[in-house]
Design a protein around this ligand. Sequence first.
Ligand code: KG4
Ligand code: ZN
Length: 373
Amino acid sequence: MFRPRRSSQVEKRPPSLYHCRSFFGYCLTMRVLGIETSCDETGVAVYDSERGLLAHDLYSQVKVHAEYGGVVPELASRDHVRKILPLIGKVMTDADCIAVDIGGIAYTAGPGLVGALMVGGAVARSLAYAWHVPAVGVHHMEGHLLAPMLEDNPPAFPFVALLVSGGHTQLVAVQGVGEYEILGESVDDAAGEAFDKAAKMLDLDYPGGPEIARLAEQGDPARFTFPRPMTDRPGLDFSFSGLKTYTLNTIAEHRQSDGLPDDQTMADIACAFQEAVVDTLVIKCRRALEQTGLGTLVMAGGVSANRRLRGRLETALAKVGGKVFYARNEFCTDNGAMIAYAGCQRLLAGQADGLAIKAVPRWPLDTLQGLER
Ligand code: KG4
Ligand code: ZN
């Protein structure tokens, strides 16, 4: 367990390097505790601006929600309450840190499930108050967008970001941290949501993305051709709800007495579905790069763990001299490391929030501020 210090102890100890403020008002270096609780994963990490990621861990609630086929918000909040402090204790120990080593705390303030956000926000804000350090509420999608920065070969600004998660599908022109212009987004379901819904129709487990991807490997890509929604008209918006209906109809046409198609047909449908989503995303990414004149694409969010999508984007961009960046699998889906990293950038720039706990269920990404150092 971590050892919280009494405030008198904190004051007695010489100020840590990590607490130093430069003459210009922003920190030169910082060690940040990051906390993610926006949905069904409790993620915690310690990120050091000089030494990189010191430790991270995740508690996934997948089993809690599996029997319902999707996330139950109230159960999510309750489970975050149970898991968050033991997880913080473990990650602090793994990072070989005690309270005084932490210079700031970053927590996911939105978008997400409000009850779940409030658990992480309340714990983060209270620890920051007790430890006399600043706290900052981080935008969950900014966390995803910056996750590839945690890798050895990070992308350089500017770039186009494809954000593909369970709640969002967006193409964003990124000039720097906080400098985001939305180029296009889904007008209905997010890509991850479409994967989850198609998986449910095929009676696969939640979350559906990895399940569809696994089944698709056995599928024949030539058997069915599903539509590529909104690719026949200009623009960078997406729509995935029609694809959902198409999948449902195809399943109905091949249904057997047990209510589902035979195993090979199931795999062929999963394959056709994945190809349609991947193809649609690739077409729009190419278009976004052409429109902006940029050559770097960063993809982030749970769906960026999809191997077929990674492969297709890499091939498509290599043909035009472009490059694709993405995070390792565990940092594509929700995690504390991306929140610690994003929060660290803002805290280093002197940005911090007040004592009120911030929980913003709906929060447009393009309303964020730049770092303005
Ligand atoms: O970013 P994330 O962990 O949570 C949100 O912020 O929503 O994304 C979760 C989504 C789920 O819809 C899940 O099915 C999808 O990412 N996902 C995948 C894969 N791994 C996760 N979708 C397709 N292929 C995958 N390999
Ligand atoms: Zn996410």
